[in-house]
Design a protein around this ligand. Structure first.
Ligand code: DSN
Length: 415
């Protein structure tokens, strides 16, 4: 893919686009929420559908000329229903946060009670952080992971639900390395007559491939984003029982959004089609195997992992035991200089700040996309530790960067 037309018309933007393409090829994308979509998804996302207004849903639009838009959106819906086994799917949310907003708008009134996992324990802003619309609109209380094990404390969550009597319980996280006991949440929600929302934003692809347990059919609502492990380009989705379909659809449009981003929905359709291929299951298994190999090797080097390991696509390192004077931000910045891009992250029981926290989060979805296996991920762990042990040593940074260059040449992306 070239940016020839943009280059002729707008060199400043073309330089940034080519620079980003080079950056993605030349560095290891280990931000757990990122991935590399296929050239076909990129093409669909940059199609002429960006020009089309199509408020409404397939065959029920408020504008003319929506025939091709209908085809694309219906393909995305049908493929999503098949991938996740859902009764009803809305593919219009612009992101995972907008998907959560759609569920809240559909089922809650302002002031209603949400019970969700605290952000620094792995939750998400849209689950009710005070800085987010959800925290400002609803009455939010939060459950936690067990400080000893790093796993969700299901018993405490259930007791909290009984005391707080929430209208909705939110499960599913952004920085949680373990599988989730959806039935425990179902039982807690049933005990207090609450809805259950499962936010599988990070693990959409793992759930679709059957390498992470599925909340579909257990939770009332399942939300996700489409650009993470599922590799279908930027956006969100909502899945629900048929009985909630009209409420959810009305909450997304006209309730919370205007016209759908049909070009993004085209990307979703293409990406979901790719994920229906049996090869996607191998990819998803490789993501999980890679994360396990990465985590085990980091632990062999003496780093502490929250929960002692991973069942998913990510590991969460708590630096406080092994490197008490090094912050997550220090490591994030030094690693970026060495060509490894991940993010500083809060850890349960955080003693620093959200901006300069005590942990790092590292994911394997993008590495598996470019072909990395467990051995390659063990080597990446060795490289990470080199930098963590020597954050200010420019010689070490440069040597790691050289090795990253060799690895990215070996496993090229977007050639
Ligand atoms: N920003 C995403 C993440 O990194 O987990 C969640 O929205």
């Amino acid at each position: 893919m070239s940016y020839d037309t943009v280059r002729e018309q707008d060199p400043a933007v073309a330089d940034a686009l080519s620079g980003e393409r080079r950056r993605q090829n030349d560095t290891l994308a280990m931000i757990a929420s990122e991935n590399h979509v296929s050239e076909a998804v990129l093409e669909a996302q940059s199609s002429e559908l960006t020009n089309k207004y199509a408020e409404g849903y397939p065959d029920e639009r408020y504008y003319g000329g929506c025939g091709h838009a209908d085809t694309v959106e219906q393909l995305a819906i049908d493929r999503a229903e098949e991938l996740w086994g859902a009764e009803h799917v809305n593919v219009q949310p612009h992101s995972g946060t907008q998907a959560n907003m759609g569920v809240y708008l559909a089922m809650l009134e302002p002031g209603d009670r949400i019970l969700s996992l605290e952000l620094e324990h792995g939750g998400h802003l849209s689950h009710g952080h005070p800085a987010n619309f959800a925290g400002k609109t609803y009455d939010v209380e939060q459950y936690h992971v067990d400080p000893e094990t790093g796993y969700v404390d299901y018993e405490a969550m259930r007791e909290h639900a009984e005391a707080f009597d929430p209208h909705i319980i939110v499960a599913g996280y952004s920085a949680y390395p373990r599988d989730i006991d959806w039935e425990a949440f179902r039982e807690a929600a049933d005990a207090v007559d609450a809805y259950l929302l499962a936010d599988i934003a990070h693990v959409t692809g793992l759930v679709a491939a059957g390498v992470h347990s599925s909340p579909v059919g257990i939770a009332d609502f399942v939300t996700g984003s489409t650009h993470k492990t599922i590799r279908a380009g930027r956006g969100g989705i909502i899945m629900c029982h048929e009985g909630y379909a009209d409420d959810v659809d009305a909450a997304v449009f006209p309730g919370g959004q205007g016209g759908p981003l049909l070009h993004n929905i085209a990307g979703k359709a293409v990406g979901f089609g790719e994920a229906l291929d049996p090869a996607f299951e191998e990819y998803a298994q490789q993501v999980v195997d890679n994360a396990e190999a990465l985590g085990e090797r980091l632990q062999e080097h003496g780093l502490s992992l929250v929960s002692g390991g991973t069942d998913t696509h990510l590991v969460l390192v708590d630096l406080r035991d092994s490197h008490p004077d090094t912050t997550g931000k220090d490591v994030e910045e030094s690693l970026e200089e060495a060509g490894i891009v991940l993010n500083a992250n809060t850890v349960p029981g955080e003693t620093r700040s959200a901006f300069n926290p005590s942990g790092i989060r590292a994911g394997t979805p993008a590495l598996a996309t470019r072909g990395f296996d467990e051995d390659a991920c063990r080597e990446v762990a060795d490289l990470i530790v080199e930098v963590v042990d020597n954050p200010d040593d420019k010689q070490v940074t440069s040597e790691v960067d050289d090795r990253v260059d060799e690895l990215t040449d070996e496993y090229p992306m977007y050639e």
